[in-house]
Ligand binder design. Sequence first.
Ligand code: PGA
Length: 253
Amino acid sequence: MTARTPLLAGNWKMNLNFDQSTALVKAIAIGIRDFSGVEVLVAPPFTSLHVVRQAIGDSSIYLAAQNMHWEKDGAFTGEVSAQMLIEAGCSHVILGHSERRSLFKERDEMINYKVKSAVSAGLIPIVCVGETLEERENSWTFDVIRNQLSGSLKHFVDEKNLPVSTILAYEPVWAIGTGRTATPEQAQEVHVFIRNWLTETFGKNASDQIRILYGGSVKPDNIKALMSNPDIDGALVGGASLKPESFMGIIKF
Ligand code: PGA
């Protein structure tokens, strides 16, 4: 098995002004200066990407956007392309977050276009999947996850090839922003399911290398237990990524 470098990613959602963003990034940059063995990423709102890129300076923090459109340019009012994100300094983009799926009606088909477009532009996609509470209570979790994976990655499934830099994130919807984290066992169980799906679909080599993050109420006090599972390769953190103390607590798990 290949050793997968843990990735701790902060999804800021629609939070933080320029000053707060700059202060947070500078604190993280100082916090990780003498720290190795993990990758750290922040995903600010579109309007802050440029200032955050400048605040990152020569620190190793990666910059991600929280969404993008699949077309390169054109009449798409309110949208931003992969090329624009690269110009703003992004290396990664979060796609198919459950808030995009539920609040903005993003379907797997759209997410598939976005993942394909991100990869061809040279961005690393962080593709999110996860079941709702109702789906879990009806024992539909694995069906939902399988459908989301095969739909959101359809282009790559058809090609039988997914770049190994692709990152997946398992985020049970019932655990996001609720303070109710999946237990490490619940998370590991779904991560194993995703890992097996990767092996069946893209082969063992890809499956060994692709990182699967857990997301949903990750905090400094539950990260260690989550990360002690072999198939949990990092975390996608919302609320606890907005303050240097809590995000650093997670990074230094
Ligand atoms: P949370 O959000 O950590 O606030 O639960 C996670 C996410 O939505 O990525």
